[in-house]
Design a protein. Structure first.
Length: 285
């Protein structure tokens, strides 16, 4: 199969964004209907009978939330890829930090109907914690091979940094919490580092793109890391996360290309769609 027919980073991002949007629409706008009362747009009141009376709202809710399980593991994979390829880790982390702050109020409004809620934080903070841990661990281990003593010290320190970041996910009540941070670390250190990958540049239709060429052993290790990340999410959140194993197919077809550049689209889309969903909820319910 040629690279043109394989899956680019942009395609993975679109899959993640669309499934996340379905999940959030379900949580914000479908979940209120589970009470059996529906909004009457004429009177502005909640009524027992409504346009959804003959529809199995519970089934719609379960399907929508199930589809949403596809999103987060792909975001983990994309974060690991981004961290491996970025030329400036500090800038990458700073961008995550800024948009984590920007997203928090829309997140709280959409999910907790509160302007500021400390008991549940947005998923960008989960990704940020994982990114910080990756950066610190790699900084400590960069020159660890110069002596056995430095190697031991760096490994012990790296273990505590990883454990602290995972605990921070739990302490801060981030989305996916400790399991989410642990999944990020496993995806990166097990699936993205090590030998087995080279990059090549190609110009097609006047556009230069960078493609990744990897060995089958590396692909297998990356898929194994992804599977293990999903398993961790299953044990730390719910069994419904098993649905995310369907992501193995597009990730196995991933060609290492970024695709068309839409660097800030997700960062803008994430808080914007949450705010829009809250406004709709407010108007309808």
């Amino acid at each position: 199969m040629t690279d043109e027919r394989r899956v680019s980073g942009l395609t993975l991002k679109v899959i993640a964004i669309v499934t996340m949007l379905i999940d959030h629409i379900t949580y914000v706008l479908i979940a209120p209907l589970l009470s059996g009362k529906y909004p009457d747009l004429m009177s502005g009141r909640m009524v027992i009978a409504g346009p959804f009376t003959g529809l199995d709202i519970q089934a719609v809710y379960q399907i929508g939330r199930g589809i949403g399980r596809i999103a987060f593991p792909i975001f983990i994979f994309l974060l690991a890829e981004g961290f491996y390829h970025t030329r400036n880790r500090a800038k990458y982390l700073f961008r995550l930090f800024i948009f984590a702050l920007i997203s928090e109020i829309p997140f709280d409004l959409a999910f907790k109907k509160s302007f500021f809620y400390t008991g549940y934080q947005n998923v960008v903070i989960t990704l940020l914690l994982g990114g910080l841990a990756i950066t610190l661990v790699e900084f400590l281990t960069r020159r660890a091979w110069e002596s056995i003593f430095l190697r031991i010290i760096s490994y012990v320190a790296s273990f505590f940094i990883a454990a602290l970041s995972i605990y921070a996910g739990k302490l801060l009540f981030t989305d996916y919490a400790a399991g989410g941070v642990a999944a990020v670390l496993i995806m990166y250190f097990m699936g993205e580092t090590g030998n087995g990958r080279v990059m090549r540049r190609e110009t097609r239709n006047g556009r230069e793109d960078i493609y990744e060429v990897v060995t089958y052993g590396f692909k297998l290790r990356r898929l194994l890391a992804f599977t293990l990340s999903v398993v961790i999410l299953v044990f730390t959140t719910s069994r419904s996360e098993l649905i995310a194993l369907i992501d193995i197919l597009p990730i196995a077809m991933y060609n290492g290309s970024k695709g068309s550049q839409r660097k800030y689209f997700f960062y803008i889309f994430y808080p914007a769609h949450l705010l829009i969903l809250f406004i709709i909820w407010r108007a309808v319910f």
